[in-house]
Design a protein around this ligand. Sequence first.
Ligand code: SF4
Ligand code: SF3
Length: 552
Amino acid sequence: MYCIQCEQTLVNNKVTGCQFKQGKCGKEAETADLQDLLIYMLEGIAQYAHRARSYGVIDDEADRFIPEAFFTTLTNVNFDASRFVKMIAQAAVIRDRLRTAYENAVQGKGDSPDMLAGAAVFVPEQSLEGLRAQAVEASIREEGVDPDVHGLRCLILYGLKGTAAYCEHAMVLGKTSPEIFAAFHEYLSFLADKPDDIATLFDVAMKVGDLNLKVMALLDEGGHERFGIPEPTVVRTTPVKGKAILVSGHDLVDLEKILIQTQGKGINVYTHGEMLPAHSYPALKKYSHLVGNYGTAWQNQQTEFAEFPGAILMTSNCLIDPNVGGYAKRIFTSGPVGWPGLVHISDKNFSPVIEAALAEKGFENDQVERTVTVGFGRHAVLGVADKVVDAVKQGAIKHFFLIGGCDGAAPGRNYYTEFAENTPDDTVMLTLGCGKYRFNQQAHGDIGGIPRLLDVGQCNDSYSAIQIAVALANAFECEVNDLPLTLIVSWFEQKAAAVLLTLLSLGIRNIHLGPSLPAYLTPNLINILVEKFDLKPTGDARQDIAAILKAS
Ligand code: SF4
Ligand code: SF3
C-alpha cells in the first residue's frame, strides 16, 4: 500500500506516506490496494467517457458511478475490502460498455477511435488475491517520477476526491449537472495520461477548484430546496431521558429518513459531528424527537459512541474502528461508508437501526441543559448585512476570521482552540466543518447583538461562507482579498483539499493552513503556493493573530 492523502499520513525520517500493513487511520493494506485499483478503473472509465461525450454518447450509470465510487476512497469512509472487489468488477463492466459505445460512435462517423492503453484496457482479476497482485500498476507512487509532478498529481487526485464526495451529496439531493460529470471525466482522463508538465498540472489543479465551487453551489441549492433555508437555532448538547439514535456524517437525507421512520416510536434522535447543522433546517428541526447534539468531532467517537446508550448511524466520513469501543453491534453504515462486519443499509430502510436502539437502555436521566447556536448560513448572516457593515464602519468590528475545516487527533490542533480563545472582542469568527468543536462550546459574546461566533454549517456549506465573503466585498466595494477577513483553515481529508483548491482558484490569498501542510506537497510546490497565494502555515496562535491584525 501507499497512501498519502490525509493529514495524519505517516511521516518520519525514513518514509513519507502510509505504506506498511495498515494506514494510521486503520485502513488495511489490502483495502488501500483495492482503493487504488478502483481509482485506476475510474480513470479507465473517464478515458472513454471523456472521448465518447464529444460524439454525443452519454452513459448515465458511468456519470453517477464515478463520484459515488470515488467517495468510498476518502479517508475514514470505507474500510470494507469486499465492497471494493464488487465496485472494481462493476467499474470494468461500465468501462467496457463505454468503450464499445465510443468505438461504435467514432466508426459510425467514419473516424478512427483513439487506441488507449493503461487504465483503459486494464483487466482486473476477480479474486481478492488476484487484484492485490495487480495493485502496483494502479499505485499513485511510480518509480522515477519527479516529486513535484507526483505532488501535483496527488493534489489533483485528492481535490477530485473531495469534489466527488460533495457531488455525491448533491446527487443524493437530486442535483446533477452534465457539465460537472464531463469535467470529472476530463480531469480523470488527464491524470490517466500521466501528465508531467508542472504548469499544466497547476492549471488543472485550479480547474478542479473551480469544478468544486460549481459542485458546492449545486449542493447548496439542493439542501435549501429540500430542507429550507438554515436559520439561527439553539441546539441542546446534553442528553434527555429515553431511547436514542445518534446520526453522524454529512448526509441530511439519511437523517430525515431516520426522523420519519422513528416518528411515534419513543426514540430520541441526536446529531453527531458534522450532522450538527441539521438542527437549523426548517424541514428537519420540525421533528420534536430531534432532541439535540451529542459528542464532539469524529476523532473522539471511540469514547463517545461507547458511552452512547443507543444505536448509531454513520452516513459519511469520518468512521474509525468500531471494535475498539465495543459498539460494533449497534453502529450501522449507509451510503459510501463501510467497515467489515458492520450492517450496511443501502435501501434507506433503517429498521435495523431502530431495532438496535429499542434494544439498548437509552439515557436513564435528563442531564443539565447546555446549548450551542447554529444556523448562520449566508441568508442569516446577509440578512443582517447592514448591521454588520455599520459595525465595521463604526469600528465596532475590526476584523473577521473564518476558522473552518476539519478536526483531527494531531496535538497541533489546539492551535484552533487557542486562536478562537484569543481573538479580540472586537472581531467576529465564522466557522464551518467539524473543526468548530475545538471552540464552539465556549462563550464568545456578541457585538451589538451580532454573535461573535457564527456557525455557517458543515464543511459542505463552504459555498455559503464564500458567498458571505463575496457579499461583504460587494458591500464595501472592494475585493475579497481587501476585506478585513482572514481564513484560518484546518485540513484533514480530501474534502478540505477540494475546498482549499476552490479558495485558491478564486484567487483568495493569505490563507493560514494547518495543523501541517500536506505531505504530498514538496518544498518547491509550497514555495510556489506561498509566492502565488501568500499561503501561510499556521504557527503560534497569539503571534498569528497579532500579525494578522497588525497587517490589516
Ligand atoms: Fe494513511 Fe491517511 Fe491514507 Fe489512512 S487515509 S492510509 S492515515 S494517508
Ligand atoms: Fe470533519 Fe471528517 Fe473534514 Fe466535514 S467529519 S470536516 S474531518
